[in-house]
Design a protein around this ligand. Structure first.
Ligand code: ADP
Length: 409
């Protein structure tokens, strides 16, 4: 990494132009994902992960120019891990800003912000709503401020894009004081991904964002769907926390809230134990009893495993039901879009999901679906029927773009 703006010696000794870049950081409780995004080409110059922080197994791994490398960092803490990241950034890259993924911005943040002291105070307040995620994000920001002093640091929130939800979509039918006193409402997550995919879909369909009405299904380890009208999120499946909504890798998604009392009595479990089961032992893993990984389950289903097949059926049916439900928020439906590791790669899950949408007259094109979409638009359906697209998400690029927007405004 360089702070100069002239030229710089590359490893081979030749002088090349400086490439300005934004460092995107996604900090979890014991790991940090990072990507350095070239501001000119929008391409990642390096991507990597520091994992198992504060343990003997701490390790930095990275990928640059298609080559993978790693380095053991025994007992490294966050600051030490980030300091090692600097050492592996390409020598001809000038980091102009750092963009942080922050999970929960509550009602405090409807857009990305410069992370000044006042904002950090507001972020601390949001932590009560996201105790599993925000404290790690905040720790990552503070470490980054130490390691990159003088660089602008920007927070990009998973919830911000959904701040346009109308009250009838975000309120729970519970005592209203829970909302006014405690902030209990639906917030939604994956906003950075949904926004990126909406912009990309607009481009592919040759439409104006103001005239676009779509439902996006982001299907990764976490899954959520979002209804977007005129470029704004108008409803989404995740709620107060990322546990609500679709079936996920290990999260249950929607369940009857009475289940808590039933399981507590039946098994003598504490609330904490039940929450662990709903967050970490449910979803695809819970039903299949084998794996939270869709690729593994599809392979098992193909080999005749009934529980794997059942898990996939429940996943696809509930997804279809949610997508159809989200159309209530739209004035028309221009397209259904699949993204995330499952959405982008699994033709079987897409086909099973769309099979439950006969009511929309969706007709899948098996060939296009098998190749993960037509090369130009990502379309997987027959001409003349509702377009369903596969669009790869790129949250790092969206965070980098947002970071630049904030620093340049
Ligand atoms: P994250 O939410 O961690 O970013 P991803 O978006 O990478 O996760 O999605 C991970 C999921 O995508 C896993 O369940 C994985 O099995 C699934 N996946 C990736 N490729 C395929 C594939 N070819 N077929 C089915 N599932 C796939």
């Amino acid at each position: 990494m360089t702070n100069t703006t002239q030229g710089n010696c590359t490893e081979g000794g030749s002088v090349g132009p400086i490439r300005q870049a934004v460092l995107v950081i996604n900090c979890g409780s014991s790991s940090v994902k990072f990507a350095l995004i070239d501001t000119a080409s929008s391409e990642p110059l390096i991507t990597g992960l520091v994992e198992c922080l504060n343990s003997a197994d701490a390790e930095l791994s990275w990928k640059v120019d298609g080559q993978k490398a790693s380095k053991a960092l025994p007992d490294a803490d966050l600051v030490a891990g980030l300091s090692e990241v600097i050492a592996v950034l390409p020598a001809d890259a000038e980091v102009v800003a750092v963009g942080h993924r922050v999970v929960h911005g509550a009602e405090e943040f409807s857009g990305s912000v410069m992370l000044c002291d006042k904002v950090m105070g507001a972020l601390e307040r949001c932590s009560t709503l996201a105790p599993l995620h925000n404290p790690a994000n905040i720790e990552g920001i503070r470490a980054s401020q130490k390691v990159f002093p003088g660089l602008p640091q920007v927070g990009v929130f998973d919830t911000a894009f959904h701040q346009t939800l109308p009250p009838h979509a975000y309120l729970y039918p519970v005592p209203y004081e829970w909302y006014t006193d405690l902030g209990v409402r639906r917030y939604g997550f994956h906003g950075t991904s949904h926004r990126y995919v909406a912009e990309e879909t607009t481009r592919r369909l040759g439409k104006d964002m103001s005239d676009l009405s779509i439902v996006i299904a982001h299907l990764g380890n976490g899954c959520s769907a979002c209804a977007i009208e005129g470029g704004q999120s108008v409803d989404t499946t995740m709620g107060l926390s990322p546990l609500e909504g679709l079936v996920m890798g290990t999260r249950s998604g929607d369940i009857d809230p009475a289940l808590h009392e039933f399981i507590s009595k039946a098994k003598g479990w504490s609330l904490e134990r039940i929450m662990t089961a709903l967050n970490k032992e449910s979803g695809l893993l819970g039903i299949s009893g084998q794996s939270n990984d869709m690729r593994t389950l599809v392979n098992a289903m193909d080999e005749g495993n009934e529980r794997a097949a059942l898990a996939i059926e429940v996943f696809a049916y509930r997804l279809a039901k949610s997508i159809l439900g989200l159309t209530a928020a739209l004035t028309k439906l221009d397209a259904i879009v699949f993204t995330g590791g499952i959405g982008e790669n699994s033709h079987k899950v897409r086909a099973k999901t769309l099979a439950h949408m006969r009511v929309l007259g969706v007709q899948i094109d098996p060939e296009l679906n098998a190749q993960n979409g037509d090369a130009a638009t990502g379309c997987i359906t027959k001409e003349g029927t509702l377009p369903c697209l596969v669009v790869a998400t790129n949250e790092e690029l969206m965070i980098a773009r947002e970071t630049l927007n904030v620093t340049q405004s």
